[in-house]
Ligand binder design. Structure first.
Ligand code: THU
Length: 131
């Protein structure tokens, strides 16, 4: 079997590429996410906003839905890119959604200058809900 071994650089590249497709006419805050599955496949997502504001979906869950739709259930890394100079952490909804699949997920946040910061998902949401 060929081992693909996706680098963090290429995961980041996918996140920035997804960010370009952000549909965020209301907030102008662009987010791109690239989720790496345990099978070494990359799934991207971006944030999509609506005039009915509460319909908005974050980039992270968009990537997760894409991955799950392809049959994936386990993830190792997530790269998140934004158009902000500050590091932006994933919202509470996305933390819960992702942690139900992969508590050990390694998240790398990228700011608009491509500087990065790493964190493990379960550090962002200790004592999370599980049925
Ligand atoms: N957003 C994300 O895509 N991910 C997050 O973790 C937080 C917020 C999006 C949703 C909305 O389109 C915009 O950022 C402002 O909230």
């Amino acid at each position: 079997m060929i081992h693909k071994s996706i680098t963090l650089d290429s995961l980041a590249e996918s996140a920035f590429r997804a960010m370009k497709n952000s549909y965020s006419p209301h907030s102008k805050f662009k987010v791109g996410a690239a989720l790496l599955s345990s099978k070494e496949n990359i799934y991207i997502g971006t944030n999509v906003e609506f005039d009915a504001f509460s319909l908005t979906v974050c980039a992270e869950r968009s990537a997760l839905f894409n991955a799950v739709s392809h049959g994936e259930r386990s993830f190792t890394k997530l790269a998140i890119a934004t158009n902000s100079q500050k590091f932006k952490f994933p919202c509470g909804l996305c933390r819960q959604a992702l942690i139900e699949f992969s508590p050990e997920l390694e998240i790398t946040l990228f700011n608009s200058n491509k500087k990065s910061r790493k964190i493990i998902l379960k550090e962002l949401l200790p004592e999370y809900f599980k049925l």
